[in-house]
Design a protein around this ligand. Structure first.
Ligand SMILES: NC(=O)c1ccc[n+]([C@@H]2O[C@H](COP(=O)([O-])OP(=O)(O)OC[C@H]3O[C@@H](n4cnc5c(N)ncnc54)[C@H](OP(=O)(O)O)[C@@H]3O)[C@@H](O)[C@H]2O)c1
Length: 373
């Protein structure tokens, strides 16, 4: 394979990196490509699983021979510290590669030593910032966890064209079509947890598992103030294989908590918000301490409202079905208090639109959240 431009090489490294999604977290996805002077591919690698070799080490190991004058392109600054694997910056020096092109700098601080410094001290030419934006966006959840200690929040819902996630009677199955729902299962298979409010758990009796399973086995989390979730619900049917975590308020009764624990759930008691419900901020801090990188909040309106009111949402995945249900009392996609003035509406960036059959799909990032500092 021969590339025509340096950007094309980095684009390929980005595509490789994505193969690690769902398997590498809480580590970042990283891809690396070694090319010769004429941008002919020598070898490539990516970080494939947590604790496994890093992308640069894979690429170096995959090369039979690294021709003089070769460069390594890597989506993220090579590490300089001894973690689960030896430092990649040193491996690059030892491999005799004299030119390194980096997409984005490492947001994780390990003392003062940086990969770029180690490489430059060894006399290697280092260029940074090639396709910096896509390289940063690729690891936005990792950046958030490292910079803030909080997991990255994906909000997902399916709505009718008139913006309802259920009819006035609470009926919501199904709004989106089978293809859309297949995509949701793919999302579930790469996140650390799938999260719903008690209302959704009661109305839909969902399993919240990824079918077919993905690379990651998500914990199912339910916000349930008084810990009164029915333990004969579908969530508890496969609790040994797919963990359930119930988040309750600090005043939930010991009997209720014990009943859920006996059914196989873990229970986290959280400080409550002004409405007496588990406060999302300490819950997210707790999940961040457990190194959960990506959470998929699947509704309903109440829980998504609490998340939006706390400015916790990072990315949305919305399925819009070509249907109308109307009804003043039919639920909107996001409840809570909401924004008072339209100029303060939360903007979305990096929009992606797609079609799943007749359903429209829109995803976007909540703007002004770069997690650079
Ligand atoms: N179309 C879709 O994509 C979609 C997705 C999900 C749900 N739905 C539909 O939406 C409906 C349920 O939505 P919903 O808004 O009624 O319920 P919900 O958001 O699923 O759950 C809200 C309930 O969760 C509990 N809770 C605990 N802590 C909370 C917190 N910090 N913030 C908010 N809630 C907290 C509260 O009940 P307690 O205080 O009693 O614990 C609250 O009443 C159902 O009809 C369901 O079918 C549709």
């Amino acid at each position: 394979m021969k590339f025509s431009t340096p950007a094309e090489v980095m684009q390929h490294a980005l595509a490789l990196a994505q193969r690690g999604r769902g398997s590498v977290e809480p580590n970042p996805m990283v891809g690396a490509v070694i090319v010769d002077r004429e941008l002919r591919r020598v070898s490539e690698g990516y970080h494939a699983r947590f604790g496994g070799p890093h992308a640069e080490a894979m690429a170096i190991a995959a090369a039979d021979e690294i021709p003089h004058g070769s460069s390594i392109y890597v989506t993220l600054e090579p590490c300089a510290h001894h973690g689960k694997t030896p430092p990649c910056a040193e491996a690059i020096v030892r491999a005799g590669i004299r030119h390194v092109v980096i997409g984005s700098r490492d947001p994780a601080r390990h003392g003062t030593v940086s990969g770029v410094n180690v490489l430059r001290s060894a006399g290697i030419t280092v260029e940074t910032g090639l396709l910096a934006i896509p390289c940063k966006l690729l690891i936005r959840p990792f950046r958030k966890l490292k910079r803030t200690g909080l997991p990255y929040i994906h909000a997902k819902w399916a709505m009718t064209l008139d913006g309802r996630i259920a009819t006035r009677t609470g009926s919501s199955q199904w709004i989106s079509n089978e293809q859309s729902r297949e995509y949701v299962h793919q999302l579930r298979g790469v996140v650390d947890a799938v999260v719903v409010g008690k209302g959704t758990a009661e109305a839909d009796n969902p399993q919240l598992t990824a079918r077919p399973p993905g690379p990651r086995n998500a914990t199912r989390i339910v916000f349930d103030t008084r810990a009164t979730l029915r333990h004969d619900s579908k969530l508890f049917q496969a609790v040994d294989d797919y963990p359930v975590l119930v988040v309750c308020g600090e005043n939930a009764s010991v009997e209720n908590i014990s009943r859920l624990e006996a059914a196989g759930a873990e229970v986290f008691r959280s400080p409550v918000d002004e409405e007496g419900r588990p406060d999302v901020v300490p819950v997210l801090e707790h999940l961040g301490q457990r190194e959960m990188t990506n959470l998929l909040i699947e509704g309903g309106a109440g829980l998504l409202g609490s998340m939006l009111d706390r400015n916790a949402i990072d990315e949305v995945h919305v399925f819009i079905a070509p249907k109308l249900v109307g009804g003043r009392h039919a639920l909107p996609s996001i409840g809570g208090t909401g924004i008072a003035e339209m100029p303060n509406a939360i903007p979305l960036e990096q929009l992606r639109t797609d079609r799943f059959g007749d359903d429209l799909f829109v995803s976007g990032l909540v703007g002004n959240k770069t997690y650079d500092e």
